[in-house]
Design a binder for this molecule. Structure first.
Ligand code: SF4
Length: 337
C-alpha cells in the first residue's frame, strides 16, 4: 500500500441514520390515553448510510425531494446529530475535535444553504454577516475585519464597496455569493452545498457553478454538492452518489453513473433528464407512488416502483456492493445466481 492509499479519507460516515419523531398534540395524547391510537410517527430520513470523501474530491449527492440528502448534509456539517452511526474527520471521530484547541478543525466543515436570503439576517450589513464569525473565532482581530471581509468579497466576485449594504439590496446571484463568502470566512476545507444554485436563473447558475470550480482550486476545497438537478451534479462532480428513501443506492464516478447507470432507480432518474432540460430545470418526480418515509418498505425501498422487483426484494434489503472498480450499487440483480 503506498502513502496516498494509507491516508484516511477526509470525511467518513459509518452507518449514519437519522429518525425524526412527531410530537403528539393534545387530542392525540388524549386518544393515546384512552387507547384509541394516537402514536407518535417516526420519519426514517436517513437509513444506514456509509460514505467516504477524499481530500479535494467533489461528491454530488442526488435524489428526489425527501430522499434524505439534505438531512445527510446537515449531519455532515454538525447542524444535526445522527440518531445512529459515526462521523469521522481525518480518521478521527467528530467528538475528538470538541476540545477548544480543535476549533479550526470544527470550523473546517461549513455549509452553503439552499436559500441565501432566508439564512442571512436582514438587519445585518454584509460586512457584519461575513465578518462576525472570523472575529468571534479569533481568526482575525476586530481591527482587521473590514479588510478581511473586503478581500473575501473580491474572491467571490462581489464589489467590496458594497459591504455596508443590507441583504435585500442585492440580487439573488449576489446573495448566493454572500452565502459562499460567509462560509469561506472561517477558512473551511470542506463545503456542504445544499441546493446552492437551485433558486437561480440558468445563466446565473452557470456563473455560480464556475465560481465553485474556481474556489475549489484556489482554496483546495472539498465539496459535498447536494442537488436534485442531475445536470448540475454532472457538471461539478468527480463522483455521484444517488439516494432513495434515506439509503444510498448507487455511487460511482460521474461519467460512469451517467453512461452506465446500474440501479433501476438511477436509470429511472436519468430517463427524466430530457424532460428536465426541456422545461425550466424544474424537477418533476419520476412516475409512480412514492412510498412514505414514515413507513418505508421492509426490503429494497425501491421495490414498489421497480419493474424488476421479485419477492426477495420485498423481504431483504440489498447491500451496497462493488460491481466494477469504484462503482457501487445496491440491487439484488447484481448478485451472482
Ligand atoms: Fe429492483 Fe429488487 Fe433491485 Fe430493488 S433490489 S432495485 S426492487 S431489482
Amino acid at each position: 500500500m503506498n502513502a496516498a492509499n494509507a491516508m484516511p479519507p477526509l470525511l467518513e460516515l459509518r452507518g449514519i441514520s437519522k429518525r425524526f419523531s412527531s410530537r403528539l398534540d393534545f387530542a392525540a395524547r388524549l386518544a393515546a390515553r384512552l387507547g384509541a391510537g394516537g402514536r407518535a410517527q417516526t420519519v426514517h430520513a436517513v437509513d444506514g448510510v456509509d460514505l467516504s470523501i477524499s481530500s479535494g474530491e467533489v461528491v454530488g449527492l442526488a435524489g428526489e425531494s425527501g430522499c434524505g440528502k439534505s438531512t445527510l448534509g446537515r449531519i455532515v456539517a454538525r447542524v444535526l446529530e445522527p440518531t445512529e452511526g459515526e462521523r469521522r474527520w481525518k480518521g478521527r471521530a467528530y467528538a475528538e475535535y470538541d476540545a477548544p484547541a480543535s476549533r479550526s478543525e470544527r470550523l473546517a466543515v461549513q455549509m452553503v444553504f439552499q436559500d441565501p436570503f432566508a439564512s442571512l439576517n436582514p438587519r445585518m450589513r454584509i460586512v457584519d454577516l461575513i465578518g462576525e464569525a472570523p472575529v468571534v473565532h479569533g481568526l482575525v482581530s476586530p481591527g482587521e475585519r473590514d479588510d478581511y471581509v473586503a478581500e473575501i468579497m473580491q474572491r467571490v466576485g462581489l464589489d467590496a464597496t458594497l459591504a455596508r449594504r443590507f441583504p435585500h439590496q442585492f440580487s439573488g446571484g449576489q446573495r448566493s455569493r454572500i452565502g459562499i463568502a460567509r462560509a469561506l470566512a472561517v477558512k473551511p476545507r470542506f463545503l456542504v452545498c445544499d441546493e446552492a444554485v437551485a433558486a437561480l436563473d440558468v445563466s446565473i447558475q452557470a456563473q455560480v457553478l464556475n465560481l465553485f470550480i474556481r474556489l475549489r482550486e484556489e482554496f483546495g476545497l472539498t465539496y459535498l454538492f447536494i442537488s436534485h438537478d442531475l445536470g448540475v451534479v454532472r457538471h461539478l462532480s468527480d463522483r455521484v452518489v444517488i439516494m432513495y428513501l434515506g439509503r444510498v443506492v448507487e455511487s460511482a464516478g460521474a461519467d460512469e453513473v451517467f453512461v452506465r447507470p446500474n440501479h433501476p432507480y438511477t436509470q429511472a432518474l436519468l430517463a427524466e433528464i430530457p424532460r428536465l432540460e426541456a422545461t425550466k430545470r424544474t424537477y418533476i418526480p419520476i412516475r409512480g407512488e412514492i412510498p412514505s418515509p414514515l413507513d418505508p418498505p421492509r426490503g429494497c425501498h425501491f421495490h414498489p416502483r421497480c419493474p424488476h422487483s421479485t419477492p426477495r426484494c420485498q423481504a431483504e434489503a440489498p447491500r451496497l456492493r462493488e460491481i466494477a472498480p469504484g462503482h457501487l450499487s445496491a440491487c439484488h440483480l447484481n448478485d451472482s445466481p
